[in-house]
Design a protein around this ligand. Structure first.
Ligand code: SF4
Length: 470
């Protein structure tokens, strides 16, 4: 495509550990004084859920120093943790065990605390403000010590602990344009050559009802464009992103140097922007149709120093495999739980738990069709039977371990007898052969007394051609 813009993204999701925060940034609609701490069991459950949906990173989000509040201390004590840092270490471990890279967005920690994470296999997000605004408005007047030097000290601490990190520039909170652009330039000089720096995020302030600065106007687009240009100059080789809610301006921002979206959530939504819809990848892709934008997935980490951390090698191999498959496929085979046959979140779907019905390369499940699935009176519509035969064969091809993803190339169905409405119908499918990337399967629909109502044969194209599938 001519003039096609390539923009990368990371398949990511936030996990909000607690909103309790000892700061009170005027631009923030996230913090609370009394928010609970997520339990370790819930973290495990949610991280596993993200892993099943093929996220490659999870961003553990919390307010800064929540352990200063008694209710958080009590929660940590009850859960058996001596400190909030120990709790975060446990969260990182859970993520790595689920093959998802942990990212900490937990505010400014001191160097002693960051040191604890040096072998945790995590990366960090450090968000900077470009001017000391305490005397200049509501942005930082209730924030203790949040200023450019505190952000720089945090970068130094993370660097000393050899933790991969990204830098976010919060802009539009009261700083002058000169302050903003100078700060970008200075920060570039300070850390653009740091092997632990992974990528750069521009975070333009957006007024939301929950924040103290809700009446401030957002930055004009021209100022965002200028900031992207300055970032590109200061960080010539890094991924530079803006949040996905600016997606409709990507083509213009790409001309200024934007080439990334950082984290695109697995599900639509984002706790840091509760009043803005942050589209998930599939929604984003649909909205970008016609804009001549090519989205491709990248990993969280990019520098050699970060990629060679021994703590993450297994997880990294796994996430690289996922990314390679999705980028190679040309099709984005993302299971978002909305499959008509098996998706639990599709309100109009059949909700048949087909994925739990596979052993080896045989898929067996039962479905009792109601009257709304009939064609002629009392007889199940043949199209529905074909759909379920197709589904059962696809699952048989992919197998219980689902090491490959496959799509139907073609199939043939023989209807032998009418299938009655209201009777449990058993679907059995099995893999019968393979040639190159084509897999062959057969399936039947069987009545409880054993008579066969329909048979099918299908060919399925393996979309993933990398080593993991062979
Ligand atoms: S921006 Fe971060 S540090 Fe500031 S109040 Fe919100 S959660 Fe706390």
């Amino acid at each position: 495509m001519n003039n096609c813009v390539s923009i990368s993204y990371v398949s990511s999701s936030y996990l909000e550990l607690t909103r309790t925060c000892h700061q009170g940034c005027g631009y923030c609609s996230f913090y609370r004084d009394d928010a609970d701490l997520m339990t370790i069991d819930e973290i495990r459950m949610r991280v596993n859920n993200l892993s099943r949906r093929n996220a490659t990173e999870v961003v553990f989000l919390s307010g800064e120093q929540p352990q200063e509040f008694p209710h958080i201390q009590i929660a940590l004590h009850k859960a058996g943790f001596a400190s909030f840092a120990d709790y975060l270490l446990a969260a990182c471990q859970i993520a790595l065990e689920a093959n998802v890279l942990p990212v900490l967005e937990v505010g400014y920690l001191d160097s002693f605390t960051w040191e604890k994470f040096s072998a945790a296999g995590c990366s960090a997000r450090i968000n900077l403000v470009s001017a000391a605004l305490a005397s200049n408005g509501e942005a930082l007047e209730k924030s203790r010590g949040r200023n450019p030097s505190a952000g720089r000290a945090c970068i130094e601490a993370v660097h000393a602990a050899m933790i991969p990190y990204s830098v976010g520039f919060i802009i539009g909170i009261g700083e002058s344009e000169e302050e903003r652009l100078n700060f970008i330039e200075e920060t570039g000089r300070f850390c653009t050559a740091d092997p632990w720096l992974q990528d750069i995020r521009l975070l333009p302030f957006q007024p939301t009802p929950g924040c103290a600065m809700r009446d401030r106007p957002p930055l004009p687009f021209a100022a965002i464009e200028k900031a992207v240009t300055a970032l590109r100059k200061a960080f010539p080789v890094h991924h530079i992103s803006v949040p996905p809610w600016l997606f409709y301006r990507f083509p213009e921002l790409a001309e200024s140097g934007l080439n990334d979206l950082a984290g695109v959530p697995v599900f639509t939504g984002d706790p840091t922007h509760p009043n803005f819809e942050i589209p998930c990848y599939e929604t984003l892709k649909v909205r970008l149709e016609g804009h001549n934008i090519h989205l491709y997935e990248r990993g969280t980490l990019s520098t050699t120093a970060a990629l060679n951390r021994p703590e993450i090698l297994d997880t990294l191999t796994h996430t690289r495999g996922l990314i390679e498959r999705r980028n190679l496929s040309g099709l984005n085979l993302i299971d978002n739980d909305h499959c008509f046959v098996c998706g639990p979140r599709n309100n109009s779907g059949l909700h048949i738990p087909v994925n739990k019905s596979v052993e080896g390369h045989t898929c067996t499940f039962t479905w009792t069709p109601g009257p709304s699935y009939q064609g002629y009176a009392g007889i199940v519509h043949g199209g529905l039977l074909s759909t379920l035969l197709d589904e059962s064969m696809a699952y048989a091809v992919m197998g219980a371990d689902k090491k490959i993803l496959a799509v139907t190339a073609d199939m043939r169905v023989r209807f032998l007898r009418p299938a009655p409405v209201g009777v449990p119908l058993k679907f059995v499918a099995t893999l019968v052969g393979q040639r190159k990337n084509l897999h062959f399967a057969r399936a039947s629909v069987i009545l409880p007394e054993g008579s066969v109502l329909a048979e099918a044969e299908g060919r399925f194209a393996e979309i993933i051609l990398n080593g993991a599938s062979k």
